[in-house]
Design a protein around this ligand. Structure first.
Ligand code: GDP
Ligand code: MG
Length: 955
């Protein structure tokens, strides 16, 4: 006769796995336990990583007659052999998570069994013999397919726990009522539509789980279950509860979520031992008043009901630690809620709250508060007293959750920095208001009707003899948009060409442009649209085709393509200022475009508004004030950071309240009243004595300008500003020249371009001011006063290189012809200065070309030549002429440049830039850097320009 140990050996062999001896068997372990007599008393063959799945019961097991505990959980047993009945000593049998579809009747022979787990199998019925298990204490049949039970189940007189969760039971047998010792009965997840009154016989029941059934009512007898502590009725279609529920005096947990309750019986208040009550997902439209009498409640859930208010009496629930109220219709909370001092978690997500009781911070035990998806338009700052981390995820069960509200969420960087950064962010945001103010710029040829359009917009009458605008008219138009009064400062310019040179200071980004075209004339639509793009970037444009009373049939050619080329065109409106036809369309177009104006979408902190008011007053009074004074005003209003001051002055500039210079080295000069300076400049440039020569004597200002508005002491500042605009340069102490007013007549002069280096810049749009600004910057090099409206002759005194610079407006070209030993260095200087000028225009496209020395009518791309040189390709073959050239010759680079050659050139660039008023080494380097960055090889000379410039300063 083999011993138990022999059998274990055989078993090991037949399953082919290790089977360790254990001191004692714990569920989940694998192995066996033996007693002092070498008898095997417990065996576990649970499937885990250690053991592969058993498909059938190893026959050796049946021979282990001393077994009291056997676990075969998680295998793939599909049947139990009848021999199982021989294991007469078994007290615990665990067969959970197998594939058993039936049990052999012999199971009834296991007379000592008190614990039987058959959870998660495929049982659709039980053998009547199950009733013979007279010692059975605990029977788990969770997750099988039982649709009925044998009546014999009622014989299990010792059963204390019966788990029938997740089966298909549609009715309960009355014999269940015989299970007099039952303490726990789980029937959740079945198909029960009614509870039999015999349930009342289960007098010892403490836990009854009936969730996920189809109970539409409960029998009054439920009240007899006097020992119940837990009653789960979640997910049933209960629409009311019997009053007898109040008799369940020992109940501590009651789950009623996912039912159809619209009220509770008043008797509920008798459940004085209740600590947890779940009423989520019901149809309660108010808090049943009795609930506040449940003094022991610690957890109350009213998730997804229809509560629109919470009664102040909620404060009576002094033991509440958790209150769940998400998905209701709460628009306010009673202030008393702050007295629920034991609350650790408060969920108010998905309600309609826009305010919180100011003392919410007193809930100092809160570890989590949810306010997601409510209607807070401002971050509820009162919450910051709670000392909780602000969370921006949905998962944490702790912290402050406020996502999904209409207030602005901070940028990620801020969130990452933590709570203080978020607090600062909201503090700054809270005091902000929309600016509701912007600039509307009327632009177009002189005589197109800009002034007339503005007057019509302002509701003023039409004047058929409108006189030409000198300088600028600024008026404020108020439009109403979404209940806000929006102020548009309308700027109406006079049309002189030379004034276009000042446009970079007046045509701001973030504004609205009205391009006024005269329908009688061949128009320069492209010119103006480019102009706007160049200075106003992507600011919205409305095209106004004016004077349609005189030419009703005028149409813009190909408006669709125009809009494609200039996507910032928002609308094209046809208008007659004379008859007002189209005026309402124009007003509507302005209304429609408001949301596209960047300034209108800007919010201003309150202190910025204060600075704005102060500086506007100052500008109106003194016209001209120092940047230091502006900084003082900022300081006085709490705008203390330099970066903030810079940002703000930019806004004020774009708003048209002041003029200041954005370039860093000019910025810290002055803040000026735009109207004041423009009037002065207009008057000066329109003075008859300047026409055709561009010569301005300082003394002339006294007679030209109004002495009251422009007293003599301001004249220097005006001239200084005109230099900053690069409208003029000083000839001597008292005389200035304005290149924009030079004679159009080309003078006689000699220039031998035999060996000249021909360089051409081709622009898609050539603002007039590029040439005049170049003349202003290079004026020291002007040779023998050889200049005219579109050309200038320059000579570099040090090297004797000579350059002829001409603009060809029709071809939108700038042509540079340079002669002399160091022509390429002089070219580099001129190109540097031009590129520096280009930087103040956006959207400029410039193609650079080199003219063939023997055939300047033909040219080759400069970039291409630089490329060839970089790749070590020495020759260039010109396509049209079939002529071969040396790349280096074309570039004027016969030998690589030496430092000695480059240094003077750099010195000169530095001088020119310094003359603009940039004196700091750092600013200068920045400046040079900005240009060089665009062209890293620095015009084909591979040198470290910064190192050389630094050297210049060391000298
Ligand atoms: P601005 O130089 O662009 O400001 O143009 P103005 O507003 O000064 O107008 C130039 C001339 O055109 C004036 O004589 C106006 O009376 C006239 N004018 C402006 N709009 C219209 C219009 O819609 N119809 C007619 N017939 N004349 C207009
Ligand atoms: Mg006008």
């Amino acid at each position: 006769m083999p011993t138990d140990l022999d059998i274990i050996k055989q078993l090991k062999q037949s399953i082919g796995k290790k089977l360790p001896r254990l001191d004692k068997l714990e569920w989940g372990s694998v192995g066996y336990v033996q007693n002092a007599h070498h008898q095997i008393t417990a065996l576990s063959l649970e499937s885990n990583l250690f053991l592969c799945c058993l498909k059938e019961l190893p026959p050796e097991i049946i021979k282990l007659q001393n077994l009291t505990r056997l676990s075969l959980t998680g295998n793939q047993l599909s049947e139990l052999p009848p021999e199982i009945g021989q294991l007469q000593n078994l007290t615990e049998l665990n067969l959970g998570a197998n594939q058993l579809s039936e049990l052999p009747p012999e199971i009834g022979q296991l007379q000592n069994l008190n614990w039987l787990n058959l959870e998660t199998n495929r049982l659709s019925e039980l053998p009547p013999e199950i009733g013979q298990l007279q010692n059975l204490n605990w029977l788990n049949l969770e997750r099988n397919q039982l649709s009925e039970l044998p009546p014999e189940i009622g014989q299990l007189q010792n059963l204390t726990g019966l788990i029938l969760k997740k089966n298909q039971l549609s009715e309960l047998l009355s014999s269940i009522g015989k299970l007099q010792n039952l303490k726990e009965l789980s029937l959740s997840g079945n198909r029960l539509s009614e509870l039999l009154s015999s349930i009342e016989q289960l007098q010892n029941l403490t836990k009854l789980y009936l969730s996920e059934n189809q109970l539409s009512e409960l029998p009054p007898e439920i009240g007899q279950l006097q020992n119940l502590t837990e009653l789960y009725l979640s997910e049933n279609p209960l629409s009311e509860l019997p009053p007898e529920i109040g008799q369940l005096q020992n109940l501590t947990e009651l789950k009623l979520d996912w039912n159809k309750l619209s009220e509770l019986p008043p008797e509920i208040e008798q459940l004085q031992n209740l600590t947890e009550l779940d009423l989520g997902w019901n149809e309660l439209s108010e808090l049943p008043p009795e609930i506040v009498k449940l003094q022991k409640l610690t957890e109350l859930s009213l998730k997804r009901n229809q509560l629109s208010e919470l009664p102040p009496e909620i404060v009576k629930l002094q033991n509440l630690t958790r209150l769940d109220l998400p998905e209701n219709q709460l628009s306010k909370l009673p202030p008393e809620i702050v007295k629920l001092q034991n609350l650790t978690r408060l969920d108010l997500g998905i309600n309609r709250l826009s305010k919180l009781p100011p003392e919410i911070g007193k809930l100092q035990n809160l570890t989590g508060i949810y306010l997601i998806n409510n209607q807070f338009t401002q971050f509820p700052k009162v919450l910051l007293a709670l000392n909780l981390e602000v969370k921006w995820d949905n998962y944490s069960t702790v912290g402050l959750h406020v996502e999904g509200n209409p207030f602005q969420t901070p940028p990620v960087e801020i969130v990452k920095q933590g709570k203080q950064a978020i607090i600062d962010y909201y503090a700054a945001l809270e005091e902000q208001q929309p600016l509701n103010e912007s600039k509307l710029i009327l632009i177009g040829d002189g005589g197109a009707g800009k002034t007339s359009v503005m007057k019509r917009l302002l509701g003023q009458p039409f004047n058929p003899q409108e006189s030409q605008t000198h300088g600028i008219n600024i008026n404020t138009l108020t439009v109403t948009h979404q209940d806000n009064d929006i102020k548009l400062h309308c700027w109406d310019f006079g049309g002189q060409q030379i004034m276009h040179a000042t446009h970079q200071f007046f045509l701001s980004k973030r504004s609205l442009y009205l391009l006024v075209l005269d329908s009688r004339r061949e128009t320069q639509v492209d010119y103006w649209l480019k102009h706007i793009q160049t200075f106003g970037k992507n600011a919205p444009v409305i095209i106004v085709i004016n004077k349609i009373d005189e030419n009703p049939h005028f149409e813009l050619p190909q408006p669709r393509q125009l809009k494609k080329r200039y996507p910032n065109i928002k609308q094209i409106v046809r208008l007659s200022c004379a008859t007002q036809q189209g005026l309402s369309e124009l007003n509507a177009a302005i209304q429609n475009t408001l949301p596209d104006i960047e300034l209108l979408n800007t919010v201003f902190p309150a202190k910025w508004f204060n600075v704005k008011t102060a500086i506007a007053e100052q500008a109106a009074k003194t016209h001209f004030t120092s940047y230091e004074h502006y900084v003082d005003i900022c300081q006085a209003n709490g705008v203390t950071k330099e970066t903030e001051q810079n940002t703000l002055i930019n806004f004020l500039h774009d708003l048209g309240l002041v003029i200041h210079f954005q370039d860093r080295w000019l910025r810290e000069t002055n803040v000026i009243n735009p109207q004041w300076i423009t009037e002065a400049v207009y008057t000066i440039i329109n003075a008859p004595q300047l026409a055709g020569n561009g010569k301005l004597h300082r003394d002339a200002l006294t007679t030209l300008l109004d002495n009251h508005t422009y007293p003599v002491r301001k004249h220097d500042s005006i001239l200084e500003l005109m230099r900053k605009f690069e409208l003029c340069y000083p000839l001597n102490d008292n005389e200035y020249l304005l290149p924009g007013l030079f004679s159009a007549q080309e003078p006689d002069f000699a220039f031998d371009d035999g060996n000249a280096l021909h360089f051409i810049l081709e622009y898609d749009f050539l603002p007039n001011s590029i040439f005049t600004r170049l003349v202003v910057r290079m004026h020291r090099d002007i040779l023998n006063n050889t200049y005219w409206r579109s050309g200038v002759l320059l000579r570099d005194q040090a090297t004797g290189s000579t350059a002829l610079v001409e603009t060809v407006a029709e071809q939108k070209r700038l042509m540079l012809s340079i002669t002399g030993q160091q022509q390429r260095e002089y070219l580099a200087i001129l190109l540097f200065i031009l590129k520096d000028i280009h930087r103040s225009y956006s959207h400029l496209t410039v193609t650079e070309k080199i003219g063939l020395p023997d055939n300047p009518d033909y040219s080759v791309s400069y970039a291409h030549l630089l490329n060839l040189r970089q790749h070590g390709i020495k020759d260039y073959l010109h396509e049209q002429t079939n002529q071969a050239y040396q790349v280096n010759t074309l570039l004027g680079l016969v030998a690589p440049p030496t430092e000695a050659e480059i240094m003077p050139m750099l010195q000169k660039i530095v001088n020119i830039i310094q003359a603009q008023g940039i004196e700091q080494e750092k600013d200068l380097l920045d400046h040079i850097d900005d240009v060089v960055k665009v062209n890293p090889a620095f015009f084909g000379l591979s040198v470290d320009v910064n190192a050389l410039v630094r050297k210049l300063f060391k000298k």
